[in-house]
Design a protein around this ligand. Structure first.
Ligand code: LMR
Length: 334
C-alpha cells in the first residue's frame, strides 16, 4: 500500500516535471504597424520559422498595431525584459543615444534598396548594430520597409507647398531639421495616433512609406500624396541581450537561422507590398497621387540635402562619409 502510494506520487511528480520541461520559451515580439505590412508579415514569418526550426521549443507571440506598447514605450519594455524582440524603425535609435543610426533618416541619402543594402549588409551595418550592446540590446538584422512620401490636404509640388504646414514625424532630430528646411512645422507623435491627428486636423500632413499610409487608412484623411520618396524607413530587429545570451546555444542557433530566412523574406516582399499599397491607394480614389517631375524632385533635393551638412556634428562625419562611400552618393555633385 505504502509502496504503491510512493509510486503514484513519483509518477505525478514526473508528469508535472515533464509538463514543465515541455513549456516553450516564449518570445514576445511587439510592433506598431498593421499585420499586413512588410514588418507585420516578416514578424509572422519569423514566428512560424522559429516554431518549425526549434520544433516548438520556442513560441513567438507577435503583437501588431501597438497592442502592447507605443513607439517610445516599446524600447523601454525591451530593455526591462517585458518584451524580448522588437523591430523599431531606424529613427527610433537616435533617441536611445545611438545617434549614428540617424544617418538613415537623412533625406535623399539612399536612391534605391540596392544602395541601402550596401550599407545594411556591410561593415557599417555591423558597426551600427554593435553600438546597441552597451544598452542591453543585441541587433540581429535589418528589415526593409520603403521610401517615404509626403501627404497633405493640399497639393504638394514643391517644398514651398509645405511651408507653414504641421507635419507629423517620428521623434528624430534629423527629421525635425528636414521639416524645418521646408519652413514647415515638425510635430512629433506616436505612430498609433497619426490617423486621428490627420482626421481631426491636429496635423496637416505627414511622411510615410505607402504600406504604412495605406494600412493605417491615412489616405482616407489626406487628399494629396506626392511620391517624393525623399527618405528611407526601415527597421533593425533587436532583442533583449540578457534574454538572448541566456538561451541554450542550440536554440539560439536555430533562431539565428529563422532570422536569416525571415530577413530574406522581409527584404523580398518590402517593395512588392509598397507597390501594392500604392495601387490600392490609387484605386480608392480618395487621394490624388502625384509623381514629381524631374524638376520638382530636384527642388526637393535642393531644399533637403543641406540637412546632411547641418546634422554632421550630431550623427558624426565618419558615419555619413562611410555611407557616402558605400553608396557612391556625392552631395557636391547635385
Ligand atoms: C513611424 O512611427 O512612422 C514608424 O516607425 C512606423 C513603423 O513603420 O514602425
Amino acid at each position: 500500500m505504502k509502496l504503491s502510494k510512493l509510486v503514484v506520487g513519483l509518477l505525478a511528480c514526473a508528469a508535472t516535471f515533464g509538463a514543465y520541461a515541455q513549456q516553450p520559451i516564449v518570445i514576445k515580439f511587439s510592433h506598431v504597424v498593421a499585420a499586413d505590412t512588410p514588418k507585420g508579415k516578416a514578424a509572422e514569418f519569423f514566428a512560424q520559422k522559429a516554431a518549425e526550426l526549434t520544433k516548438n521549443k520556442v513560441k513567438v507571440e507577435v503583437y501588431a498595431n501597438s497592442t502592447l506598447y507605443k513607439d517610445k514605450e516599446e524600447m523601454e519594455a525591451l530593455q526591462l525584459g517585458a518584451v524580448q524582440m522588437l523591430a523599431p524603425s531606424l529613427a527610433k535609435f537616435g533617441p536611445l543615444g545611438a545617434k549614428e543610426f540617424e544617418v538613415f533618416d537623412l533625406p535623399f541619402m539612399f536612391n534605391s534598396y540596392a544602395d541601402l543594402h550596401k550599407v545594411t549588409t556591410g561593415p557599417v551595418g555591423k558597426q551600427l548594430l554593435a553600438k546597441l550592446e552597451p544598452k542591453g540590446i543585441s541587433g540581429l538584422s535589418f528589415w526593409d520597409n520603403g521610401f517615404k512620401s509626403f501627404s497633405a490636404n493640399t497639393p504638394i509640388k514643391t517644398p514651398e507647398d509645405l511651408k507653414g504646414k504641421k507635419l507629423r514625424i517620428q521623434s528624430s532630430k534629423v527629421l525635425e531639421e528636414q521639416i524645418r528646411a521646408m519652413r514647415a512645422l515638425p510635430q512629433v507623435m506616436a505612430f498609433s495616433e497619426v490617423y486621428q491627428a490627420l482626421q481631426t486636423g491636429v496635423v496637416d500632413g505627414t511622411e510615410n512609406p505607402i504600406s504604412n499610409l495605406y494600412t493605417q487608412k491615412m489616405h482616407e484623411v489626406q487628399k494629396h500624396l506626392t511620391l517624393t520618396e525623399h527618405g528611407y524607413l526601415g527597421y533593425a530587429v533587436i532583442v533583449n541581450k540578457k534574454f538572448w545570451d541566456g538561451l541554450p546555444a542550440d536554440v539560439r542557433k536555430q533562431l539565428d537561422d529563422a532570422m536569416e530566412q525571415s530577413t530574406r523574406y522581409a527584404n523580398q516582399i518590402a517593395k512588392i507590398e509598397n507597390d501594392t499599397a500604392l495601387d490600392n491607394v490609387k484605386k480608392s480614389g480618395k487621394t490624388q497621387v502625384h509623381t514629381p517631375t524631374p524638376a520638382e524632385r530636384a527642388a526637393f533635393m535642393k531644399a533637403l540635402v543641406p540637412v546632411h551638412k547641418k546634422m554632421e556634428s550630431r550623427i558624426g562625419k565618419e558615419t555619413i562619409d562611410a555611407v557616402y562611400k558605400a553608396t557612391g552618393f556625392d552631395p557636391a555633385k547635385l
